[in-house]
Design a protein around this ligand. Sequence first.
Ligand code: CA
Length: 314
Amino acid sequence: MSDFQYLTPGRAAIFKDRYVTKVTDCINPYQKGANADIGIIGLPVSKSSISPSLAADAPNTIRNALNAYSTYSGEQNHDYKDTTILDFGDVYTHPTNLEETTERLYISVKEMLQTNSCNRYIMLGGDHGVSYPSIRAFQEYFGRVGVIQLDAHHDVRNLEDGGRTNGTPFRSLLVGGFLNGENLSQIGIRDFANAKVYNEYVKNKGVAVYTMNDVDRIGIVPIIQKEMERLAQKVDFIYLSVDMDVVDQAFAPGCPAIGPGGFTSRELLSSITVVAKHPKVKAMDIVEIDPSKDVRDITCRLAAHAMMRFMYTN
Ligand code: CA
């Protein structure tokens, strides 16, 4: 028996409605032998970001933001309270050696996959550099990968000017032979955020590129549907990489590279719903959120909602 009626030592006092399940109620730490629908891992790295970034702090802020939401979808008339989630925690990074850190991300994602414990996985960045070791690990485990990259930028910068950064992950994947250019779709590419040479680079590699003008003209749902069908015929599984700066600065103020003319939050969520419906989808990463630049957790709450669309779409 507790000594107290209204106190739980060491715990915050949080209101509990007996009819409501919070997303956080469904998350358990990974233990050997455990199985679940979804696995979550934090990749807390942003030291190699070109613009100053504390995106390494995002995994925990996004996890906390999940506490704002219930598991019930009125649209689908379904309560997802029985969808199970395992949290693998955050990768312990090296404080100064970036190559060593990249290797640890790769090893950790691979170790997570080798547990064979979950149907799908969510990686929480970190800056976009984390997608390089993450996608590399996934393609080693699941075979030929198709990637839907929602991003304002191509992320294929040269390595001579700054080495591996958050501007180079897709170049590293293409050059390393881990990803075939024809199996990459870059959607949401924005004006005045890239260079001509990088646009030509991805086109020469056979990458499918959709600009914001294409999104305006065609609509985001038809674009994603078309690319999912195209990729699904060619690859063993599909990986969704969500750079939050694809979203307009009005809806995602916490990104280091904010800008106007991007996705609305609804366009982001609709995109994820279309992707999540496809059986070949295995993974999503969410990157480029710096909680120290966020306003009222707007960007982290959008990321949490994006996770729920990914986890809770039938
Ligand atoms: Ca990016």
